[in-house]
Design a protein around this ligand. Structure first.
Ligand code: ADP
Length: 468
């Protein structure tokens, strides 16, 4: 079975968030299930594309209304990822040093059209086309509706919602950019008088998946306007929990961290990594170290952080380190706190893959006060590195973390509120005072298996059910 994943991100080529981690791991684990899983993504101008070599397989032009852009399909020459990866290169449109920006409508529409133009020419067509998020959301529509792609009509499509907040809306002014289709079916593109690629994918894909079972249920109540659509389409929707790439996220072999460790060495291994962080960021290594890693946006509960940190740090029992970027007001508030709590608090505003790994390894606790969390990978990485997650009970966090008061291994809070968050932090401080219990939990969480194997099998079974 040949599966083609189509996505805007894929680790290690281009990563903004969890989408990249999933698309960089799932195909590899599917190939262990004896499929032939491949990835198709845009060709960006970044460190990865500058350092690697590619073969050009195909050349043509893609039309966006009256504009025409030349494009190439390239293939990565080395085969170290565990799957073949292809790129749509559109030098005049998509060869940017960013993944997302304000010109995404044209960039990703051209990406999707070029992708289908190429697939049309393939002798051996994919058995399944698996599209990820709204950047690939018009593919199931074009495959079933656009005259040009009639030959692709019978290839089953799977669409995964990694995040329903972002839907890729655009106005009908750009309708002519979509390859000709029967205008009677224009309603398939529509949601609230706009073209909505996420809604379109939910309507047109053969199956829709989300990245955790709880998120699937939550979307029927809150999906940024698409609740009724998800309820209506629920028969073809299923929540499959993401896994983690245990080759990349492995404290025994992780080349980013200061000291590698296995379960039996978790105390000493974490100590070396914690000491590194405390020295580099001027933090007190005798206090419990709480970290936050992620986008500073409302979904992640980021606006709670400055006040919650202020309240907890004034009691002088903890050290806190934050890595992230996003909302500039939140960034500024977090930066201001640095002066006030020198020696116990610091931030790194920006994106740093290496630092994130050291933080998973060196922290005592990882904070995720998320308002919305489709799956959340950070908590699973934390568990693998023996770091205790303190999370809000929502989406994938609810599916992967059990509270210590219920014989579990993490700390859960119900509400997105300063008081709930501060209380959860205090529970963390209290747990830190009980070292024997903390050590026991560290050992047990490192053993939890969140590898992709089970979920990759579930996806393969889903594909098989569509391919009969
Ligand atoms: P998202 O909603 O952002 O996709 P996930 O939990 O699914 O959230 O995945 C987040 C991924 O991005 C994790 O691999 C996390 O370590 C990484 N990440 C987020 N922000 C940063 C940052 N500032 N620096 C390094 N890695 C980051």
């Amino acid at each position: 079975m040949k599966i083609l994943h189509i996505s805007a991100e894929c680790y290690p080529i281009a990563k903004v968030g969890g989408l990249a981690d999933v698309v960089g791991a799932l195909p590899k684990y599917q190939n262990i299930q004896k499929t032939s899983s491949e990835v198709l993504m845009p060709f960006y101008d970044n460190t990865f594309t500058q350092k690697n070599t590619f073969t050009t397989l195909y050349q043509s032009n893609v039309n966006l209304g009256s504009q025409s852009f030349s494009f190439e399909i390239k293939k990565l020459e080395n085969n170290e990822l565990g799957f073949d990866i292809f790129f749509v290169s559109i030098p005049d449109l998509i060869f940017t040093n960013y993944v997302y920006s304000s010109d995404d409508t044209d960039r990703f529409l051209a990406f999707q059209i070029a992708a289908l133009d190429w697939i049309l020419t393939l002798k051996k067509k994919p058995s399944i086309i698996h599209c990820h998020d709204h950047h690939a959301g018009l593919i199931p529509f074009m495959m079933t509706q656009s005259m040009k792609y009639k030959k692709l009509r019978n290839i089953p499509t799977v669409f995964t919602i990694h995040n329903a907040q972002y839907q890729g809306w655009f106005s009908y002014e750009k309708l002519a950019n979509i390859p000709t289709f029967d205008s009677a079916n224009v309603g398939l593109l529509d949601w609230d008088n706009q073209i909505n690629p996420l809604a379109t994918a939910i309507k047109c894909a053969w199956r829709v998946t989300t990245v955790s079972p709880s998120y699937m249920e939550e979307l029927k109540k809150e999906a940024n306007g698409l609740e009724s659509l998800l309820l209506h389409e629920s028969a073809k929707c299923v929540g499959i929990l993401n896994g983690i790439d245990t080759d990349v996220w492995n404290p025994e072999t992780d080349h980013y961290i200061e000291k590698n460790y296995k379960i039996t060495q978790v105390q000493s291994g974490k100590r070396v990594n914690k000491n590194y962080l405390c020295k580099r960021f001027n933090l007190d290594n005798k206090k419990p170290l709480f970290v936050f890693i992620g986008r500073l946006v409302g979904e992640k509960g980021a606006e709670l952080l400055p006040e919650a940190f202020d309240l907890i740090l004034r009691e002088n029992n903890s050290s806190i380190l934050l890595l992230g970027s996003g909302n500039t007001d939140v960034e500024n508030e977090l930066e201001i706190l640095k002066e006030k709590y020198k020696g116990t608090y610091n931030t790194f505003i920006g994106y740093d893959e290496k630092l994130s790994h050291i933080m998973y390894a060196g922290a005592d606790f990882l904070l995720m006060p998320s308002r919305v969390e489709p799956c959340g990978l950070n908590q699973m990485y934390a568990l693998r590195y023996g770091t205790i997650p303190i999370v809000r009970s929502i989406g994938g966090l609810k599916d992967t973390v059990i509270d210590i008061n219920e014989n579990g291994f993490g700390i859960l809070h119900q509400n997105v509120s300063i008081s709930d968050m501060v209380y959860a932090l205090k529970r963390g401080e209290e747990l830190y005072q009980n070292m024997p219990k903390l050590k026991k939990i560290r050992n047990s969480i490192m053993n939890i298996n969140h590898s992709w194997e089970t979920s990759a099998k579930t996806y393969v079974n889903l594909y098989k059910s569509l391919n009969q």
